[in-house]
Design a protein around this ligand. Structure first.
Ligand code: FAD
Ligand code: AMP
Length: 478
């Protein structure tokens, strides 16, 4: 007889594992199916985020930044650091250890919360049945009151740049280089391309980023994107906009990339090439023909605002559905769905999902850009504050960038917070919290901020919206 569960989750990434834990917390008999084989040769929970995404990339970003600081930025403090070297295999091994600890931690959380873990490939059948093909090929079927699909995404591959074993790699391969490439090419100036390009540039690689679009970071506020392009270029990233890759040739451990830009066809040779042109939803062999679950025109599982698919009792969350491909979006959808299955009225605010690019300085935002708001005909007041005027940033010798707060000119309600600068991700989160509670720029301005903090830049930018900033000259006097 097949086992019966209240909730069966397919995929144990940040969407799936969070949904499973929350469902179990709510008293629902919950199972989670995962098939990813980690470095230890065993099934590893945590999905893209923990194994080959957010966490390993941040581990390498932090290691490489420390190296860069020791080499280039200590002298200003009077610290002499001579003969600073980088042991790349040790750096990569540290990252692997963090991944091992975190993925193992999910297994512990599953046990603690009573989530039943199944290893293998899950497939949605008709009538809310889920088939599991185990790693040994054995097939079993679970009966599910509810199914949550959280099968995630994988890197897009493009015909002009097919992956090779070690020269043309995707983001996963770029987390495993055992030496610093002398010349590194990156296709795609998106979040992943910029983060991974930064890691290897800090360690000494000569990095060229080829981006097909003419516009840099089109989703970011234009003022922030402009500053980001300036700063990253100054750091040595050769960002070539309007450069579409049309072909690659691998010869003698090098790759020659052909691309076209405003000047016609160009060629450039690299030791390694990272293909970072986006991610696509994973739906291979996931849905039986009679499952009734449908995809949208872009291949994502079709869902409504509450992550319901076309079949009652079947939900889908995270990267496999519409919206931002971000771990925190996947997790919050997981919580929402688990709570709704348990009969709660949960929902999530899709308007306040923060975006972060973990370069240095970080680039982060929440809410709308000035261009979006103007396009919608909303009149706005804008306040900015440069970190160059922040005492805390000066003390840390980290003064690049600015905070920008955008508020509705009529109501003063904050509609966007955009930051490029030190700890931008944390500052934007403060903006997100305030915006969730419908803050006005005046409210933020009236709050007491600790001194000296980087957060004071957010305070001052909020004050500047209405011309009340103290530590810079106000554009508007009120
Ligand atoms: P995934 O994490 O992709 O998990 C899906 C899981 O389902 C996988 O483990 C897969 O093996 C499993 N699965 C799929 N099909 C089946 C099946 N049929 N049966 C069983 N199991 C199955 N996001 C951020 O928010 N912040 C960041 O800093 C960040 N950095 C990133 C850096 C990199 C290099 C990359 C690649 C991604 C990064 N992301 C980041 C994106 C983030 O990793 C994803 O948005 C997030 O992992 C999506 O979560 P998910 O649960 O939807 O899917
Ligand atoms: P993201 O989806 O944010 O990870 O960004 C991926 C980027 O890759 C996008 O900005 C695309 O414009 C870019 N891109 C896609 N295909 C190509 C190509 N053939 N050559 C150069 N850039 C590309």
């Amino acid at each position: 007889m097949s086992q019966k569960f209240d909730v069966v989750v397919i995929g144990a990434g940040p969407g799936g594992y969070v949904a499973a834990i929350r469902a179990a917390q709510l008293g629902l008999k919950t199972a989670c199916i995962e098939k990813y084989i980690g470095k230890e040769g065993k099934v590893a929970l945590g999905g893209t985020c923990l194994n080959v995404g957010c966490i390993p990339s941040k581990a390498l970003l932090d290691s490489s930044y420390k190296y860069h600081e020791a080499k280039e930025a200590f002298a200003v403090h009077g610290i002499e650091a001579k003969g600073v070297t980088i042991d790349v295999p040790a750096m990569v091994a540290r990252k692997a250890n963090i991944v091992k600890n975190l993925t193992g931690g999910i297994a512990t959380l599953f046990k603690a919360n009573g989530v039943t873990s199944f290893e293998g490939h899950g497939k949605v059948l008709a009538n809310k049945q889920v088939e599991i093909t185990g790693l040994d090929g054995k097939v079993q079927v679970l009966e599910a009151e509810n199914i949550i699909i959280a099968s995630g995404s994988k890197p897009v591959e493009i015909p002009p740049a097919p992956l090779t074993d070690d020269i043309i790699v995707d983001s996963t391969g770029a987390l495993e280089f055992q030496a610093v490439p002398k010349k590194l090419g990156v296709i795609g100036a998106g979040v992943i391309g910029l983060e991974l390009g930064s890691v290897w540039a800090r360690l000494g690689a000569e990095v060229t980023v080829l981006e097909a679009l003419d516009k840099f970071l089109p989703a970011a506020d234009e003022q922030i994107a402009k500053e980001a392009l300036k700063v990253l270029t100054k750091q040595g990233l050769n960002i070539r906009l309007g450069a579409r890759v049309t072909g690659t040739e691998v010869k003698k451990k090098q790759v020659t990339v052909t691309f076209t830009d405003a000047n016609g066809e160009q060629k450039e040779t690299f030791d390694k090439l990272i293909v970072a042109v986006g991610r696509r939803p994973v739906t291979t062999d996931l849905l039986a023909a009679d499952s009734g679950v449908t995809l949208d025109e872009r291949g994502f599982i079709f869902v409504d605002d509450h992550c319901k698919t076309s079949v009652p009792g079947v939900f889908a969350i995270g990267d496999v559905v519409r919206g931002a491909m971000l771990a925190h979006k996947a997790s919050e959808e997981g919580v929402m769905v688990a709570e709704r299955i348990a009969g709660h009225k949960a929902q999530m605010n899709y308007d306040l999902i923060p975006s972060v690019i973990y370069t240095h300085p970080e680039i982060a935002w929440v809410g709308k850009t000035e261009q979006q708001l103007k396009g919608e005909g909303v009149e706005v007041n804008v306040g900015t504050f440069p970190f160059a005027a922040s005492g805390r940033a000066m003390a840390a010798n980290d003064t690049t960038g600015l905070v920008k707060v955008i508020a509705d000119a009529k109501t003063d309600r904050v509609l966007g917070v955009h930051v490029i600068g030190p700890s931008a991700a944390e500052l934007v989160q403060q903006g997100a919290i305030a915006m969730e509670f419908g803050t006005s720029a005046e409210d933020l301005g009236m709050m007491v901020f600790s001194h000296p903090t980087l957060s004071e830049a957010l305070h001052e930018a909020a004050l500047a919206v209405n011309g009340h900033a103290i530590h810079i000259a106000n554009r508007k006097k009120r």
